[in-house]
Design a protein. Structure first.
Lengths: 583, 224
């Protein structure tokens, strides 16, 4: 059994194929969605016209829907090449100007948000640089785990509604930018700060730092050199943070009614205005790809021509692990709340107690229809956790399969990483209609890459180990080796990793629910609960606060759990090395 | 008929020729040492002799049978007859399996396991390499390097081999433990009539142990 070798082009080829698949999906949206949009279009164009068969046929012919998928795709591609994005089905206007104006607004918002993110990252990293060691990990990780839609809702609630400091809706001046930019920039800043702060201590432990200090080089110069040393390997991840901004923009723009490209895409998906959706998604994809390319360019400039590829890698960061009590406590609080809520009826309407404050009969108050918030929280958790578990299992299976094909996995993971879950959710919802199944599929489509990367690394490690050669030497068949040795060494750690990602996946599902792309009312889904409570947030803040706090706890669980996934791997490697030394 | 007859063995890694037309023979009960500095192609020769890595040219005849032209399926029933013992005592046993299971595995793979006789055979093998059968319950990382290497030898013996390819079996061990493992190997050779291909980089280790020593330099046999 020769070890499989992959031509270096495999990753590139899969990358191109995946991109082509995404573009084809976008191009074929009208055909894929399968529903007859003729009636929608006819209604939108002229309300008084009778929906006769002839009129509908005329619309179909006009849209080119009866021509079949291939010619539809061909027409879309050739129009696209001429810079024509088509005509909106709903408003009948050209798509290009709407996309361009939306893009303009979003770029301004993302620019300011990126500024916020960089400032926050600097604030998180500065203490580590000053002290020369330590880490900002826990705080930064917590900020990074907060989903934008939650932060946006809380910011709207606190700064906009209660304190009344800042405008909360629209896009009429710099003041309107503050809250959206904060909601979008804080998680990104937390992530950036965490990446740098986690990598810095290991760099500051490198020998040259000691040498420079001994030679009397000033603190500032050492800090600057350490930063310069840390940044190049992290720049690709910075590119991914920027890509994440495009996904976060959808939620933030929706909450603050900012007329950006994300809100345009979401609105188009909900109203089945497919040409507008195609244009908007294309613009978002382009934005992601351009940022990725820009990140690669910056990295190349920082490194210089000599150290292009793996020339400068970072020493492995020592993961910051929260005390095991923290995830356990978070889990217990969530479990008790959910368990208590499950004993109550989430659909019982108590019209006499609408928007009631917390009391003994309704411990977390009631919502706009008089339904018990605690009950809805509890009953919302069960399907969310169930769906998240199914998604986890699916991505685990994909990861284990692709782990044996590292070349294919790398290319596909690149594209999956460039697509924020929200955008995939919009695409899936446009094809299949909004629903729990569609949301689960969307999250599954993008949640496998980190697991596949982990699996691929483990497969490589196991395949290279001497004990596997020893298996062949005793005459074991490839099936025996696969099932008794390779799979057990790979499946258990990757499954543990998948389990620890469960809260994160649940959050992604909740964010789709919040945007109306997931579970539909009256289902008590957490994201949906938060979305519904926004309507009466001034009168009944607790109805919004309960799901918001629950989601924040989930985020805390996600981040403290994920630290464990990394921690375990490192500990195992160390003990192995120690064992060899001791021998 | 020699036990092992290697002729004009060539192993290449890309443009690099690691093993360059190496030939030697080995009789049953004989120990042939292949001595040389790191990177001279000793371990590549070992893997090619075991056909765990297919040589790029040359013949490997085991008991008169040419191995390099056989398919993987045809090789599988022959593989137990020639067993490797590797340098890294921990790396050659799966960290996830108890010693008992590691020693039992060849019996199971080769269809010689039975609920009655199997465990007894494992205990006997452990005893034969000087390990108390209670060590069977342990995992590799719970053993010392020398104990682990003994377990590796027990596992190799479970296949009832006629040739052992020992790839620096004592290099990773503490000097005080080396003599014990070498004595065990010598006893086994005399008792079972095994042929040894002994790879090493320190002539002093094999001076008393090997019948013949081949010096290897840059992929070629330079002296014998």
């Amino acid at each position: 059994m020769k070890r499989p070798t992959f031509p270096s082009g495999t990753a590139g080829a899969t990358r191109a194929l995946c991109l082509l698949a995404v573009l084809t999906t976008v191009g074929l949206l009208p055909w894929l969605s399968g529903r007859d949009p003729a009636l929608t279009v006819l209604r939108a164009r002229s309300a008084e016209q009778e929906p006769t068969e002839e009129a509908l046929d005329a619309v179909r012919q006009d849209l080119g829907l009866d021509a079949g998928p291939l010619s539809l795709l061909g027409k879309w591609a050739s129009d696209l090449a001429r810079g024509d994005l088509g005509t909106s089905w709903v408003s009948g206007t050209d798509v290009l100007p709407s996309v361009a104006s939306g893009l303009q607004v979003s770029l301004a918002l993302m620019g300011v948000a990126f500024g916020v993110a960089v400032l926050l990252a600097c604030a998180l990293v500065a203490p580590v640089l000053v002290r020369g060691r330590g880490s900002a990990g826990a705080w930064a990780a917590m900020l990074a785990a907060l989903p934008e839609f939650l932060l946006a809702t809380v910011a709207l609630l606190v700064c906009g509604v209660w304190l009344g400091w800042l405008p909360t809706s629209g896009w009429q001046g710099p003041l309107y930018m503050v809250l959206p930019a904060l909601a979008l920039g804080v998680p990104a800043g937390g992530l950036l700060g965490r990446l740098v702060a986690d990598a810095l201590p290991a760099v500051l432990d490198e020998r040259w730092v000691e040498l420079w200090r001994g030679a009397g080089v000033s603190r500032g110069s050492v800090s600057a050199a350490a930063l310069k040393r840390v940044l190049p390997p992290l720049v690709p991840q910075f590119g991914m943070v920027a890509v994440g901004l495009t996904g976060g923009a959808v939620a933030v723009e929706t909450v603050f009614a900012v007329p950006g490209i994300g809100r345009t895409a979401l609105g188009a998906a909900k109203s089945q205005d497919l040409p507008l959706l195609q244009g908007a998604v294309l613009a978002l994809l382009l934005l992601g790809l351009v940022t990725g390319a820009a990140a690669a360019l910056v990295r190349r400039r920082l490194l210089g021509p000599a150290l292009r590829d793996s020339g400068l890698s970072l020493p492995p960061a020592r993961p910051v692990r929260a005390h095991p009590v923290i995830p356990l406590a978070l889990f217990t609080v969530l479990a008790v709340t959910i368990g208590w809520g499950l004993l109550r009826d989430p659909y019982a309407l108590d019209t006499t107690a609408r928007l009631a404050a917390p009391s003994w009969s309704h411990p977390l108050g009631t919502d706009g229809l008089g339904r018990d918030v605690l009950a809805r929280l509890g009953h919302g958790a069960a399907p969310t956790v169930g769906t998240a578990a199914a998604v986890c299992l699916l991505s685990l299976l994909v990861a284990l399969t692709l782990g044996f094909l590292p070349g294919v996995a790398a290319g596909a993971a690149d594209i999956a990483n460039a697509l924020p879950p929200v955008i995939v959710g919009i695409l899936v919802a446009a094809v299949a209609g909004p629903g729990t199944g569609g949301a689960a599929l969307a999250v599954a489509l993008i949640s496998w890459p980190p697991l596949a990367a982990h699996a691929a690394a483990l497969v490589q490690e196991v395949r290279a180990s001497a004990f596997l050669t020893a298996q062949r030497a005793i005459g074991a068949s490839p099936w025996w080796i696969l099932t008794r040795h390779v799979l057990p060494s790979v499946a258990a750690p990757v499954a543990r990793h998948a389990l620890l990602r469960l809260p994160g996946i649940a959050l992604a599902l909740a964010s789709l629910g919040f945007l109306g792309l997931g579970a539909q009312p009256p289902a008590p889904e957490w994201g949906l609960l938060l979305d519904e409570s926004r309507a009466y947030v001034e009168r009944a803040p607790w109805a919004a606060l309960a799901p918001a706090v629950a989601l924040a706890l989930l985020a805390g669980l996600a981040v403290s759990g994920a630290a464990y996934a990394q921690g375990r791997r490192t500990t195992r490697r160390v003990t192995k090395k120690e064992a060899l030394v001791a021998a | 008929m020699p036990l092992l007859d290697v002729r004009d063995l060539v192993v290449r890694y890309g443009p690099l020729t690691a093993v360059d037309h190496v030939s030697f023979t080995l009789r049953a009960g004989e120990t042939l040492a292949l001595n040389g500095p790191s990177g001279c192609g000793k371990s590549s020769t070992a893997l090619a002799v075991l056909v765990l890595r297919r040589p790029d040219a040359g013949e490997v005849r085991f008991e008169g049978r040419e191995l390099t032209t056989l398919t993987e399926g045809e090789l599988r029933p022959l593989r137990p007859l020639m067993q490797p013992v590797f340098q890294d005592p921990y790396g050659s046993l799966s960290p996830r399996h108890r010693i008992r299971d590691a020693v039992a595995e060849p019996l199971k793979v080769q269809g010689r396991w039975s609920a009655g006789a199997g465990p007894a055979r494992v205990a006997e093998l452990l005893d034969r390499v000087g390990l108390d059968p209670s060590y069977g319950d342990r995992y590799p990382h719970e053993l010392s390097g020398g104990q682990c290497q003994r377990a590796g030898i027990a596992r190799a013996l479970a296949s009832e081999p006629r040739l052992l390819v020992l790839d620096e079996p004592v290099s990773a061990l503490d000097p005080s433990v080396r003599a014990g493992v070498l004595n065990l190997l010598a006893d086994l050779r005399d008792e079972l009539g095994l042929g040894y291909l002994f790879i090493c980089h320190d002539r002093a280790v094999v001076r008393h142990f090997a019948d013949r020593v081949l010096e290897m330099r840059a992929g070629r046999i330079s002296a014998s």
